[in-house]
Design a protein around this ligand. Sequence first.
Ligand code: ZN
Length: 907
Amino acid sequence: MRLSASVLLVSVAAGCVTTPMPAPTPQPVAAATQAPRPKLVPPTVRLPDGARPTGYQLALTVIPGKDTFSGTITATLVVDRPLEVIWLNATDLKPTAATVRVGDQTITATTEVFGEHFLAIVPSRTVPVGQHTLTVSWTGALSRKDNDGLFQLKEGDEWYAYTTFEPIDARRAFPHFDEPQFKVPWELSLTVRQGDVALANNPVLSETPVEGGLKVVRFKKTLPLPSYLVAFAVGPFEFVDAGQHGQKKTPVRIVVPKGQTGEAAFAAKVSGPILEQLEGWFGTPYPYEKLDQISLPVGIGAMENPGLVTYGHQLILSKPEVDTPGRQRSFAGVCTHELAHQWFGDLVTMAFWDDLWLNEAFATWMTPRILEKWQPTWGQDVAQVNRRHSALGADSLVSSRRIRQPIVSNDDIANAFDGITYSKGASVIGMFEAYVGREVFQKGVRAYLSKYAFGNATATDFLGAISEAAGKDVATPFRTFLDQPGAPLITFSLTCPGPKAPVVVALEQKRSLPVGSTGDAAQQWQVPVCVRFSVNGKVDRACTLLTEKKAELVLDAAKGRCPDWLLPNDGYDGYYRAALAGKTSLTEVFKKAGVKLTLPERAGLLGDVSSLVRSGDVDLSQALEVAELASKATDRYVLGYALGLASIPGGELLPEALRPRHEAWVRQLFGVKQKALGLAPKPDEDEDTRLLRPGLIGTLGWNGKDVALQQQAKGLTEAWLKDRKGIHPDVLDTVLMLASETGDPALHTKLLDAAKVEADRADRGRLLGALAEFSDAALVRGQLPLVLTDTFDTREAMRLLWGAAGDFRTRAQALEFLKANWDAIIAKLPKDAGAGLVWLAAGVCDESKRDDVRAFFDGRSTKYLGGPRSFAQAMEGIDLCIAWRARQRPSAVAFFEKQKATVEKPR
Ligand SMILES: [Zn+2]
């Protein structure tokens, strides 16, 4: 649809693409001859209408290691009303020249920067309606501390430049119309050192040597792309060929910094097969010409730039001798997510950031759809239940966003990248996929992608396509989840009036809110509800669409007989919390239904129990009984929930005198299992057992305070410091951190000395992670200043501060350090990192400290992009924690007072 824009790309000012920078020759800025300047009122969030681009030619000179870069952009424009000013987005760029070409005339223009996001181009005369070109040149700083925009970093002895533009950081590299609906072809050229490799979304068209030891690398014109998906990288990269894959035999490569090709084997093995699985599901080929997957030495995320997908190095690379199933599965999951974006987001792009869920919720939902077929043993069904569980937790905050939150400020754009968009969005999609049936849903998705290919779309477009495929209105119930925050808590009351009379389940919904919440429970949704039940051992299901506050669901298949048990969320596809009214508790369902429940259902049930404890609807002591039951499970998923439930009374919840009882209880529940598994896998051990081991060690070590295990961890750590084969990679991070948690000054010195000379980023990260776990006050006080020195990159050293803030014994020290050094820390961190620092206080759960925390962060973290909502959420979390502790402490105390302290002696 929007492809037609490319035909407008004509009569572009010559020379700006092929000539090395600075190019073209800057036109004189015509301030002296200009007509009186109109009064300029900058936009607030979005650019005004009147001009839109139909294509860009972008030329940049990027020399990694230098402090600045420069560029020239030529935009072909459609101007649909006479303009005295053209507004562009630009951040921290210094414009050096600007002209507008109207027919065969070149109009000079002045430029003025407005605030952080806008650049006014003021031509010396009014630009008439028509098709024109706008050319702007600029210089900018090539940042050494940022992870977004165009930035550089040193790996080994070499400097590399990378880009990360989503959502609004492309404007830090070049001035342009930085909104996703401007989806147009890009012709990029990079002037780089002759010895460097230059990469971009598309393959190289030509390389031309120029003066000064440089070369101009021109790339093939792209398909229509929004600017946030434009990407390039410059440096002495090396490649691992991953073959040609899929319907168009797309060439796939893994791109790494010099000397790291030996770490890309797994990524090279799985990227192509994942691409092929996705093509199979979508029924259409990968839309772009090549697929480079590039390692980014900082950051932990990934970015779906078409043809040049970036991944944090820990995700995509690992030395084979320390690789683990956990790391490999993480990469496969993220790779599937990023490659799903090539359709959801890249091929069809949201019209604006309020519909980010059309990108992120879909790529998140798609990941298990692909993995469950490609790797059926990876437990993707349980992974979906876990994801739903975490989303419901985030959604219980009053300060939670909607999936489709209106964008009234740039903060809203930054906040859109949260668990609500990703995990709630994916869970809601999964619920409606189950509601209409998987095949129907797939048909709807395919129709939507085909209709809006290479263009933009909105929620209405998508929901229309699904409703059409389903032959019923899906949009109305779906929107009740899309356009309001929160999630329903549905209470199920089973009535068995007697023989032959219909068995009825009464349903009643309200908003699920935790104890202490100030939220209004009187919200309603239209919820697809399915229950499962058993009558005399025969299992059946019943479904309805709950559209009102109350409704009744008749269990026809029960034929008048009272069910033995009722599971209130069949398959746990429903995005709602469930509570059973009357005497039957979820615990009893867990006991009675037992193996008749699927693994995801058992996980879902345990998740609901944990949430009801959080909401105050269930006593913590009940959840601890469930933990005892679940600790007998043999699968790692149910055991994982058992470990989680058993850890709830850790930290400060119990009075000090009772803490040893909790620790002993944890050892009783899990000690035998952990000892049997040991600290390293046995030969030919299955992956599930390997993945369970670190969690067991962690829970026994931290919550069980198992002294023997702590000693073992210290011994292994000493061995590892001498020989990096001393700890099995599966448990490496866990063992290092456990050793440090009770570590002495001698161990601290050894770890710190090792970290200072460690050249490998992964090992340096591990060592800093271990240092972050020390709980000794003097050691923590001594190491926090490393955040401010140049011993480590501050982005890496911040782990020390996060570690201290995450432990109630050292939290006060961490917050004091932050308060004393706020400005100095901010100065060393990436732009806008200040917004997230409020989460350092997230563990505070004490009325006496709350106001102090609020007073400090209000006006500080709130100044940065996304800061106000993060601040509100962190503060709400503190209030809820205080209320929760007051509600559940008596129950926990009663539980552990009843416990016989049989194993109070540490073992
Ligand atoms: Zn994504």
